[in-house]
Design a protein around this ligand. Structure first.
Ligand SMILES: [Zn+2]
Length: 294
């Protein structure tokens, strides 16, 4: 049986077909239409294309950013695809395709993908962290997502722990002040770099500065690493995962994996930390792969 997943974003809808062993059998990508009926029709057409072998479809998985009411199958908050808000998307798609449809947010799909056959493969308790435009998180245990009443797992939207005098609170994407996301998202790192350097720099300049051991840039990275270590220490103290997999733009900076792990034990109860901090194996494809695994 093949697995079909869609990643439904504000600008594009991407689709993937995976074999039961995780081999990519097909990829599709289209622009996201504006209206709800057009989005629904585009998803149905895309899934039919992805099911080129005319397998009997068992189910379909959808990954989308936002907050999903999994009891009702409704997306209650969608930052990028506003036409989906409060529409019965799961049931409408399921009626059109005549198969069950599962929806989860992008962090959950990322964590599932990485726990199946990525950075957390073989581990029991995997926590996926996204350090991108926003900060997301999701827990996977035995390759399954525990389903609490909120399916929340919003690690990025709790108060930043163990603040020092120079950890000045900023406004978070959710509107509150001082959440973890406001310190650790990609735009926050760039804001910290701009404050230190007196000008904004590109990602390429950042990587070049790290490789050249530039003192100012490394100072910012050291501060960022300490903040990330504090936030991960809190996560480890409560959730105790075997592996934390990092994804999103900031996770591509290899310096993170050198600087952060030795700092975490300063903020956990036991100084010996066994949780591994690893980079995502499937990069940008992880959300899509996770949707297929749903
Ligand atoms: Zn927040």
């Amino acid at each position: 049986m093949n697995h079909i997943g869609l990643d439904l974003g504000g600008t594009k809808i991407a689709g993937i077909t995976l074999s039961q062993h995780g081999t990519v059998l097909g990829h599709q990508r289209i622009a996201t239409p504006q209206s709800y009926p057009d989005i629904l029709k585009a998803c149905v057409d895309l899934i039919k294309k992805l099911n080129a072998t005319n397998d009997t479809l068992q189910c379909v998985g959808i990954c989308t950013p936002g907050v999903i009411d999994s009891d009702k199958g409704v997306i209650t908050f969608s930052p990028n695809v506003t036409a989906l808000k409060d529409m019965p998307f799961r049931d409408d798609l399921s009626s059109a395709l005549k198969v069950p449809v599962h929806i989860a947010n992008d962090a959950a799909c990322f964590a599932l993908s990485e726990s199946k056959d990525g950075g957390g493969a073989g581990a029991r308790i995997v926590y996926g962290v996204i350090l991108g435009t926003g900060v997301g998180g999701a827990l996977v245990v035995d390759q399954k997502m525990p389903s609490g009443p909120h399916r929340a797992n919003e690690w990025g939207h709790v108060a930043f722990p163990f603040p020092d005098a120079d950890d000045v609170p900023a406004t978070c994407g959710c509107g509150r002040v001082g959440d973890i996301e406001s310190y650790l998202c990609g735009p926050a790192l760039h804001r910290q770099l701009t404050e230190k350097l007196g000008r904004s720099i590109t990602n390429d300049e950042l990587v070049a500065g790290i490789n050249a051991n530039d003192a100012a840039i490394m100072g910012v990275m050291q501060r960022y690493a300490t903040r990330l270590a504090k936030a991960l220490a809190m996560l480890i103290t409560i959730v105790d995962p075997d592996v934390i997999v990092l994804g999103g733009g900031v996770s591509n900076l290899d310096i993170i994996y050198k600087l952060v792990p030795p700092l975490i034990g300063k903020y956990t109860l036991s100084p010996v930390v066994k949780t591994k901090i690893v980079k995502a194996a499937h990069g940008d494809d992880s959300g899509l792969r996770g949707a297929a695994w749903l």
